[in-house]
Design a protein around this ligand. Structure first.
Ligand SMILES: Nc1ncnc2c1ncn2[C@@H]1O[C@H](COP(=O)(O)OP(=O)(O)OP(=O)(O)O)[C@@H](O)[C@H]1O
Ligand SMILES: [Mg+2]
Length: 215
């Protein structure tokens, strides 16, 4: 279980606390949605969980063990909003290998299979993929690091309907096998996938609107 206890964060240049005594528990292999108005701090919260932003106060544990910000960087895989903007590999194969000293072809195959890109030509540039496939590739890049927690910031933003569905199906494939936190403005799209939908408001997790026990 991921357990955030009394987390507070105020950016140095900010006038107010973006995250204010926030508590959040996420079970292993649970998928939760986090919604909230623009500017409510959703991306900031993902950055805190993944160790990229250091809160002034609070404690974060994973399976009851304390994890520092630095340790959380390898515990978590964060897929930024519009991840395709940050591809730097000249080919899909190179993109997948960034940050890995050695990577077995077999592991690449397993991950590409997981994200539904099994038959992709690794020699083509990532830009040649469709929008939905690019999002899948961005998830694959993170899965190769074998993170315990996958964090997706607006995974369907800017995609057309068929590609949004593509991303939805990907998350459906990862269900029950991965702990996933999804920040989204489109909760309806993920209906039935998530176990809980939470609202971030005034720095706190406000309430759970929908409990879904379908599995
Ligand atoms: N380092 C910083 N200094 C000052 N203000 C900041 C800093 N980082 C974020 N903010 C402000 O904090 C607020 C929350 O930002 P954040 O990006 O987390 O919101 P969000 O909920 O992800 O919004 P959106 O839905 O638009 O993506 C914004 O108003 C932003 O301008
Ligand atoms: Mg954001």
């Amino acid at each position: 279980m991921l357990d955030l206890k009394e987390i507070s964060y105020q950016p140095q240049t900010g006038e107010r606390k973006l995250i204010d005594n926030l508590n959040l528990k996420v079970n292993e292999n649970e998928i939760i949605l986090i919604c909230g108005k623009s500017g409510s701090g959703k991306t900031t919260l993902l950055e805190i969980i993944s160790g990229l932003t250091i809160p002034q106060k609070g404690k974060i544990t994973w399976n009851k063990k304390n994890f520092s910000s630095r340790q959380r960087r390898w515990l978590c895989g964060l897929v930024f909003q519009f991840p395709e903007r940050y591809f730097i590999g000249t080919t899909i194969g190179k993109e997948l290998k960034i940050g890995h000293k050695s990577l077995r072809e077999k592991n690449i195959d397993i991950v590409l299979n997981k994200v539904g890109l099994k038959k992709i030509n690794l020699k083509q540039p990532p830009e040649q993929l469709s929008g939905g496939q690019q999002r899948r590739l961005a998830v694959a890049v993170q899965l190769l690091r074998n993170p315990s927690i996958l964090l997706l910031d607006e995974p369907t933003a800017g995609l057309d309907w068929s590609m949004k569905n593509d991303v939805k199906n990907l998350i459906l494939d990862l269900k029950n096998k991965n702990t996933i936190i999804i920040v989204t403005h489109e909760p309806a799209l993920f209906n039935g996938i998530q176990s809980r939908m939470l609202i971030l408001e005034k720095g706190k997790i406000k309430n759970s609107i929908k409990e879904n026990h379908e599995g």
